[in-house]
Design a binder for this molecule. Structure first.
Ligand SMILES: Nc1ncnc2c1ncn2[C@@H]1O[C@H](COP(=O)(O)OP(=O)(O)OP(=O)(O)O)[C@@H](O)[C@H]1O
Length: 265
């Protein structure tokens, strides 16, 4: 490693170290634990001493707070959460800046992500379960598409089930349809389909999400890998829909079009 790179890594580790458990932020939020360290932010579970409820505190990494793109992405996430007041999306509770940095406070969705449900709990989902879950998620996605917002990261760790109700979290990569595209010309095709500034990106992601659900009950018969269309035992109509969601055939243009197709299976 070059010395300057070493210095940069050291600086990043030092400045971006997470706040310690038990520390009180803004004389109100007491840190319980670190939930995750993403590229832009550090996410904590904290206790709001004023309301005595647990909340999620997202801190912009100090090194990112010095960059325009870091600040912009942070502002965008809080703007979007502010715009989206929906019972299946974390409510924005507070936004503030102090000597510890920039923070977003949001509702804690206490439940299990689909990553946990499938890979830790070993739950399996049938074709019918998958269709029902997709329809439920499309109803939530439609509410933000109507407001010109795309999530761009609808993956199994970002969908939570709480008391049988689905919730969508992590709007860290979400953007407005009017935002300029932030993809380089040489991006990987999968990334372009997932992150392009178009509603089709969320449908593509939900297509992938559906494959995770369907594969939960898949038991390989041989070591040889075949494509999902051969491996999964699903009806031709669902296959046709998934091919459109995954942009292998002419894609759906909207949530409504996708929903109608799913309802007609
Ligand atoms: N509102 C919320 N309610 C419940 N859990 C949440 C909430 N927001 C985030 N989490 C959880 O906190 C963890 C970290 O969240 P976050 O998505 O911010 O960062 P990450 O997944 O570590 O990084 P990345 O930015 O790469 O997605 C995840 O396990 C996520 O499930």
């Amino acid at each position: 490693m070059m010395f300057s790179e070493f210095q940069k890594t050291l600086q990043r580790l030092w400045f971006d170290r997470p706040i310690k458990t038990g520390r009180l932020i803004q004389q109100r939020y007491s840190i319980i634990e670190v939930l995750g360290m993403g590229s832009y932010g550090i996410t904590y579970l904290a206790l709001d001493r004023k309301t005595n409820t647990k909340i999620v505190l997202k801190q912009l990494r100090t090194t990112k707070a010095r960059t325009t793109s870091g600040l912009r992405s942070f502002q965008r996430e809080s703007n979007i959460l502010q715009t989206l007041q929906h019972k299946r999306i974390p409510h924005l509770l507070d936004v503030f800046e102090n000597k510890n940095g920039h923070f977003i406070v949001m509702e804690w969705i206490q439940g299990e992500t689909f990553e946990d449900l499938i890979f830790r709990n070993g739950y399996t989902y049938t074709e019918l379960d998958t269709i029902r879950i997709l329809l439920d998620l499309l109803a939530i996605v439609e509410t933000f598409h109507e407001k010109g917002i795309i999530h761009r990261d609808l993956r199994i760790p970002n969908i939570i089930e709480r008391n049988g109700e689905l919730h969508i979290i992590d709007f860290g990569l979400a953007c407005f349809l009017t935002d300029p595209e932030d993809l380089g010309p040489d991006e990987h095709p999968e990334k372009i389909r997932m992150r392009a500034v178009t509603m089709k990106s969320d449908l593509f992601a939900l297509g992938h999400f559906a494959l995770f659900l369907l594969y939960s009950s898949y038991e390989p018969q041989s070591k040889k890998e075949r494509g999902w269309e051969e491996e999964l035992d699903i009806t031709p109509s669902l296959k046709t829909i998934l091919r459109k969601m995954l942009q292998l055939d002419k894609p759906f243009e909207s949530v409504n079009e996708t929903r109608t197709a799913l309802e007609n299976i």
